[in-house]
Design a protein around this ligand. Structure first.
Ligand code: NI
Length: 393
């Protein structure tokens, strides 16, 4: 099967590069992937795949039936949106839209999803079960996965695979990670309400700025003293506003920040833990408070069995020297985790780094990918699906 997959994928490569360059030069922002979605739907239909459009706003779903000997549905998820960044590469297929760029490699993800669909549609007779291709919008604003879940994209799915490009891994290689791959990321907003007063008469006022400073300090210290250090938390207050004049005690402060964590239990306890600390500090100094904690995305926790399938598929397909077991997760976030609340899944990192030139990081205006990675992604995913059917529940 691997030989067949490689043969088909090799022949498709020029077409896939064409697809990727088309998508790259026509980037669309999160939630506005109209042309990309229509383009994806067109390519899927042309390989005889049943397509549903507008699943989760601009999302696209393709269903490929197998030969019926396995009833399970395996999903493959890729994302389609670009970023509000002005491209500064000198590629002749650079973005034709000012201020919008595929700087996170989602053009490559979409192409790999389409390439895998093209390969597997040619092998449907030999494929026991059903594949659902999920092309997700709005990953960069962490909303697209939730839109698609609401519209039923993950319904009846038994397992799901995903990928993300990674410039610090060389092209033709992949990175596999067991357990946590990315962090949970939540939004935090804290209001402190004190009482205004003369800057020279603090005892007649309740100083919201000073109390806010106590809240921040207590939160940061409490992480190191009350939380398990093996279950990391990063709490960043990135915004703080309050006060009207240098000699007037501030009655109001608003703070906003991001909270990252890796362990699911830590993640579920964080809102209450933060609220308790804010309450204790504010009660001590007679301030009123409000904590708005908004859960955005949980951590991506790769399923053990499905990660083993990705590992063995990529070792066979790419050569074992081209498979890196990643020792550390990232504290970045990825809304693939919202699909994982409904089905077990695993996500791998696709190397896109050039061997002998500087590789810019994701979200950089000069970010580029080594396009040979497209073939690596397609072969790995297509072969992993066969490994999945062989693996009996
Ligand atoms: Ni991304």
């Amino acid at each position: 099967m691997l030989v067949q997959i490689k043969e088909i994928a090799d022949k498709l490569l020029p077409r896939l590069i064409e697809i990727r360059r088309h998508i790259h030069s026509h980037p669309e922002l999160s939630g506005q992937e109209y042309q990309t979605a229509a383009y994806v739907a067109g390519v899927l239909s042309s390989c005889g795949i049943h397509v549903q459009e507008n699943v989760g706003k601009t999302g696209v779903v393709g269903n490929l039936r197998g030969n019926g000997t396995d009833e399970r549905i395996l999903a493959i998820r890729t994302d389609m949106d670009a970023l509000p960044i002005e491209e500064r590469t000198s590629l002749d297929f650079a973005s034709c839209k000012p201020g919008v760029m595929h700087a996170c490699g989602h053009d490559v993800h979409t192409t790999v999803g389409l390439g895998t669909a093209m390969v597997l549609s040619q092998l449907a007779e030999q494929s026991p079960g059903n594949i659902r291709f999920i092309f997700q919008p709005a990953e960069e604003i962490a909303q697209g996965a939730s839109w698609m879940v609401q519209d039923g994209a993950i319904r009846d799915v038994d397992a799901i695979f995903g990928l993300h490009v990674f410039p610090s891994i060389q092209a033709r290689s992949v990175g596999i990670r067991y357990g946590a791959l990315t962090a949970a990321a939540d939004d935090l907003e804290i209001f402190i309400q004190g009482e205004s007063g003369h800057g020279a008469r603090p005892h007649e006022a309740i100083d919201a700025i000073w109390i806010a400073s106590q809240v921040i300090t207590t939160l940061q210290q409490a992480i190191s003293r009350t939380q398990n250090p093996l279950r990391p938390i990063v709490l960043t207050i990135g915004q703080i506003n309050g006060g009207r004049a240098a000699n007037v005690i501030a009655d109001q402060v608003r703070m906003a920040g991001t909270v990252r964590s890796l362990h699911p239990e830590t993640h579920s306890n964080l809102p209450q833990w933060i609220e308790d600390i804010v309450a204790n500090v504010c009660n001590t100094y007679q301030a009123k408070y409000q904590v708005n904690y908004r859960r955005r995305v949980p951590s991506v926790q790769n399923d053990l069995q499905l990660t083993q399938i990705l590992e063995s598929a990529s070792r066979e397909a790419l050569g074992t020297e081209n498979v890196e077991i990643l020792p550390e997760p990232s504290l970045g976030s990825e809304d693939f985790s919202l699909f994982l609340e409904h089905a077990p899944g695993a996500m791998f990192r696709l190397g896109v780094g050039f061997p002998e030139q500087e590789n810019y990081p994701l979200h950089h205006p000069q970010f580029e990918v080594d396009e040979s990675a497209i073939l690596t992604g397609v072969v790995t995913l297509a072969y992993a699906t066969y490994k999945y059917w062989q693996n009996n529940h």
